[in-house]
Design a protein around this ligand. Sequence first.
Ligand code: UD1
Ligand code: CA
Length: 430
Amino acid sequence: MVDYGKEVKAVVLAAGKGTRMKSNKPKVLHEIFSKPLLGWVIRALESINPIIVAGHGFEDVKKYLENYPDCSIVEQKEQLGTGHAVKMCLGELKGFRGDVLILCGDTPLITKETIQNFIKYHKDNNSDLTVMSAIFDNPFGYGRIVRNAQNCVDRIVEEKDAKESEKSIKEVNAGIYCLNWEKMQSAFNDLKNDNAQKEYYLTDIIAWANSKNYKVNGFVIEDNNEIFGINSREQLAIAASVMNKRHLRFLMQEGVTIIDPDCTHISPETTIGKDTVIYPSTYINGKNEIGENCKIGPMSHLRGNCKIADFVKIGNFVELKNAQVKSHTNVCHLSYVGDTEIGENVNVGAGTITANYNSITKAKNKTIIKDGASIGSNTVLVAPVTLNENAFVGALSVITKDVEKNSLAITRNEQKEYKGWVTKKKGIVK
Ligand code: UD1
Ligand code: CA
């Protein structure tokens, strides 16, 4: 892929309130696979550094962006329209020579491939302004792309300003633009709000560019899902489902067996090697790397930052978080493994718990289990603790001290036996 990082900057519009979310949180911070909508858009931009225009929940958005040192943020105090939002970036972009990509923070399904193709199209055609469009059977609500006699994009008319004849146009504005910044920046000082919504429309830059005889092109998107914008909780769930299905399809194409895609959730930030089988009702969230020939599930929960090598079994009701598991290791039933490194050929018995959290100090402590170790069922490993090579832990133990290699550690009481106790209790003495 081409690295557009230096020649292109992005502006992400994210100041809107999202009234229909009925939330105290700004819309763009609602999450899919525990990552805010805005985070998915930033991810698709790859090396292109964005300026985020925030308004509602500005402080929250700013706090979130601390995770992204290459992003900058500008405030749009009053939401006077999409054109006004971009105008807020004029200072930040002063002197920038290159192209500016404009997109929205509430379209998490946009892909890096589409963004790359779009920029390439803009550059290959020597465009001054390229606008992304989509063909919708039901274009209601969107701005319509009005083309001229030469089939070039002439202007965009918003639903609320459209004449009946324009409303029947099925080509809509996808809300993603690429601008030759040197030529286009002065458009933002010329925008007017003399329209039905009394807003400064970003879409008016198309007619503006044409009035200057600048080169305007349209780019029709292939998959309409990519520009799906979130306005409600219902749409949030739809987008999450599309994102999941898309990743499951990709994994299956890459040689992963997914027994039941209808009840499997895998974050797009998780990679899985070929011949691994994912059993039903498995939920894999966040960034994880899973190797080849593994068996995961049914009903496993990976919470992120897990690195699982080849030939590993993670079974039912097993929760993993921040864990490294080397090859040929089994964690087959009812276990919690967090902040842990597990070596090769380890057997983690049913009901093993790594007690990683100290609720008084709030510290998360680490458990290390080395190659060949074996842990009996219902064991608690109180971190920080290390089981060395081939250590053997008896069932029902509470391990608070490191175990040497090749040793058996066991903390339960010895078994006692009371002969004839049952017979006596039942009173059937003969
Ligand atoms: C906009 C386009 C429309 C297009 C549609 C695609 C305009 C005038 N219309 O309409 O042609 O079909 O997107 O989805 O641009 N925002 C700000 N500040 C503002 C106003 C909006 O940051 O002052 C942000 C919103 O948070 C949102 C995005 O810009 O993320 C789009 O705004 P919205 O009001 O939803 O635009 P639409 O009316 O959908
Ligand atoms: Ca609007």
